[in-house]
Design a protein. Structure first.
Length: 263
């Protein structure tokens, strides 16, 4: 992998002439493919436009915000990212390429608090508030399968990425209802969530008064300990039509995409 070693993030040029701040070019390209080719994201943003509010929870380096800004010109995008170095990239990308976009350095959860974020420098998109080594190995192993990586090399990859290189950061956690009140927002056209097993926490941080104003959701769900069924139940009970799919790349893994729209 190509990882920046300077004190400032570099830039990677993506298709369409898009420039994104990043620390790891290979990860940025891989992550962009996942965002760009995700049909759930494109469906979720279809028909949105000027003035519509989009909340990007788990903004990473700003790739989904870029896609949303392209597909819904004039929308108001708020992106949340707690990892310090990753937030630096998000902030730069939003300032340069997402007109009117706002980057917020905070995690999103069930309540306003602080928590320990486990940060993986070379696999930053898998950084998490809810560590689950088995689930991470299951899903990242799908990538290794593509390259035929097995045996001791595979085990060394897991050990270095998820243990030896892991960092722990104390981060702020904000509930979505706190954010909505603070910014005096009552309508959300799209709530996108990609938070590595913390998706239920994000949803539980939405007070009942705010649910009627949320039009659509696109949620990456890790089906661990019944998480997928619980997210589906929570949204169905609040009046959403829910669809669940799994990209071919994640076949055999725990990651599913859930789309929800008002019934």
């Amino acid at each position: 992998m190509t990882e920046q070693t300077t004190t400032e993030p570099g830039e990677v040029l993506l298709d369409g002439g898009l420039r994104v701040a990043c620390w790891n070019e290979d990860e940025a390209r891989y992550a962009w493919e996942q965002v760009r080719d995700n049909p759930a994201y494109r469906r979720a943003v279809d028909g949105l436009g000027a003035g519509d509010v989009i909340l990007d929870v788990g903004g990473h380096i700003g790739l989904s915000a870029l896609l949303f800004a392209q597909q819904a010109p004039g929308s108001r995008i708020y992106a949340f990212e707690p990892a310090p170095r990753v937030f630096d990239c998000l902030h730069r990308t939003m300032a340069a390429s997402v007109p009117g976009g706002v980057a917020l350095r905070t995690a999103v959860g069930a309540e306003d608090t602080r928590a320990e974020l486990t940060f993986y420098p070379q696999m930053s998109m898998m950084s998490t508030l809810h560590v689950n080594r088995a689930d991470d190995e299951l899903n990242s192993g799908l990538m290794l399968d593509r390259f035929g990586i097995t045996g001791p090399v595979r085990e060394q990859f897991f050990q270095s990425r998820f243990e030896d290189e892991a960092e722990r950061h104390d981060v702020e956690v904000t509930s979505l209802s706190t954010f909505l009140r603070r910014h005096e927002l009552t309508e959300v056209a799209l709530l996108k969530i990609d938070v590595e097993r913390a998706e239920l926490d994000v949803l539980r941080g939405i007070d009942e008064e705010h649910w009627p104003g949320i039009r659509r959701l696109a949620v990456e769900v890790h089906d661990v300990d019944g998480g997928l069924a619980e997210v589906r139940r929570l949204l169905t009970e609040r009046g959403y039509d829910v669809e669940v799919g799994q990209e071919d790349f994640f076949a055999g893994g725990s990651v599913h995409m859930l789309s929800a729209t008002r019934a």
